[in-house]
Design a protein around this ligand. Structure first.
Ligand code: ADP
Ligand code: ASP
Ligand code: MG
Length: 433
């Protein structure tokens, strides 16, 4: 059977007509070199989604979900039609499909809809006619036929979900950097490109703000065993980064011994503090139950004893976009609970996180991270940890220097990986393993 490959090109890769022509040549060459059937997902050109957001905001501060998604979805319709047109002009048979033509179904939620099913019949029909199929990223249709969007950066998820549904041989995400780096190479030029990264690490990094892949794309790839890579549209010599299972990663001693795989920074969070709620069973459940009802996801949570021992302060973080809704919800609950009803919102924050499966059972990683921040004179506002990640909240203005300081301690001040490997063996021998 001819191989089937799903490709995805991001906004910067298709930002101008010249770039569209370049990408069309890449697609045609891949089809010829690999003798493959090709499905390609494209994002909106350049920053056109941002411009559509600005247009909506110029009309109303709170656009209605259905119309907002109908507007945002148009960006990918433009690039899809242009890409198919370009391939046809170059003499290749190609067809552009919108969400409804490609059978991309989502739940009936605007702005952050999840894909539910993909009816691949129409795609197969075109592939069987030897056409290159171009599909709009980032969108679907709900059960009423409304256009929905998957959340910013969602074209990656479209591509991976298509690869899963079509049982493609692999999914290649083409972007404007050479792959996944130890941190954003635009913030830290010393960042190192990773040859491999585990799905679970990439999922955490993506959720924690590494923009290079949409979190749900990684989640979907992991669930459906889609071989996934990230590579550059502008440096085709570089093979990019392969996202692999943890088992594969653990067979690579040099990479496997690095405690931290990556560092992410997220400046689109808000910290909400509910002051002086009664110290009684059920209080926290009411606060977070009400937030869940409004579909507000909560991230870091701290409950601390207030100035009086009869009360607690509950502090948590949410996405910046959800902050007004979260504030209104918890204000109402706090009043109902008979507390002070005081709710403080801090939007001047950045969440800096280190991620790595190598930190499991390896003490001292948190201490090293705190040391890096202390040496850089950066104050930590809040801390959260899990088995493979540590996050610290800092002031937004200090985000870049925090990432740089932490990167230095984990990636630049390290001895060569081989030495690390020797250390690990030595320690293990000492412990009698
Ligand atoms: P696209 O338009 O192709 O989807 P994005 O802008 O969404 O591209 O994602 C690519 C960008 O992600 C890079 O330009 C880079 O600045 C940023 N980025 C953040 N963290 C990382 C990381 N760890 N590795 C690589 N790129 C990263
Ligand atoms: N165009 C959308 C965005 O800018 C989706 C994407 O590029 O993945 O968020
Ligand atoms: Mg993207």
């Amino acid at each position: 059977m001819t191989p089937l490959i799903v490709l995805k090109f991001g906004g910067t890769s298709v930002g101008t007509p010249e770039k569209i022509q370049r990408v069309a040549r890449i697609i045609a060459n891949l089809q010829a070199q690999e003798n493959a059937r090709i499905v390609t997902v494209v994002s909106a050109m350049g920053h056109s989604t941002d411009h559509l957001v600005d247009l909506a905001k110029a009309i109303t501060p709170q656009p209605e979900g259905r119309e907002y998604d109908a507007l945002l979805a148009t960006g990918e319709m433009v690039s899809t039609a242009l890409m198919a047109m370009c391939l046809n002009h170059m003499g290749y048979a190609a067809v552009g499909l919108n969400a409804w033509q490609a059978g991309m179904h989502t739940e009936a939620v605007f702005n952050k809809a999840r894909l539910t099913t993909i009816d691949v019949a129409n795609i197969h029909r075109h592939l069987d006619e030897q056409k290159i199929v171009i599909i709009t990223g980032f969108q679907g249709i709900d059960t009423d036929g409304n256009l929905t969007t998957l959340g910013r950066g969602g074209s990656d998820t479209t591509a991976v979900a298509l690869a899963a549904a079509l049982k493609a041989d692999r999914c290649d995400i083409f972007t404007d950097v050479r792959g996944v780096f130890s941190t954003d190479p635009r913030i830290v030029p010393e960042a190192i490109k990773l040859e491999q990264i585990a799905y679970i690490e990439m999922m955490e990094l993506a959720r924690l703000g590494a923009q290079v892949l949409h979190p749900r794309a990684v989640e979907t790839a992991r669930q459906w065993h889609v071989p996934l890579s990230v590579r550059s549209t502008f440096d085709l010599e570089d093979s990019g980064t392969m996202i692999v299972s943890e088992e594969v990663l653990s067979q690579l001693p040099l990479e496997g011994t690095r405690p931290v795989s990556g560092i992410a920074s997220d400046t689109s969070q808000a910290r909400i503090a509910v002051i002086g709620v009664p110290d009684q069973p059920g209080v926290v459940s009411k606060i977070f139950g009400a937030l869940a009802e409004k579909r507000v996801s909560v991230d870091m949570i701290i409950q601390a004893v207030g100035p009086s021992t009869q009360t607690n302060d509950v502090v948590f973080t949410v996405a910046l976009d959800d902050a007004p809704a979260a504030q209104a919800v918890v204000q109402a609950v706090a009043k109902e609970l008979g507390g002070s009803g005081e709710v403080l919102v801090d939007t001047d924050i950045a969440k800096i996180s280190v991620v790595g499966v190598g930190m499991i059972d390896r003490p001292g990683i948190a201490a090293d991270m705190f040391k890096a921040l202390a040496q850089a004179g950066i104050n930590i506002k809040m801390i959260a940890t899990s088995e493979i990640k540590i996050s610290c909240l800092v002031a937004k203005a200090e985000a870049k220097s925090a990432v740089a300081a932490i990167h230095r301690i984990f990636f630049e001040d390290l001895p060569a990986p081989q030495t690390l490997q020797d250390d690990r063996v030595l320690v293990d021998q000492k412990l009698g393993y």
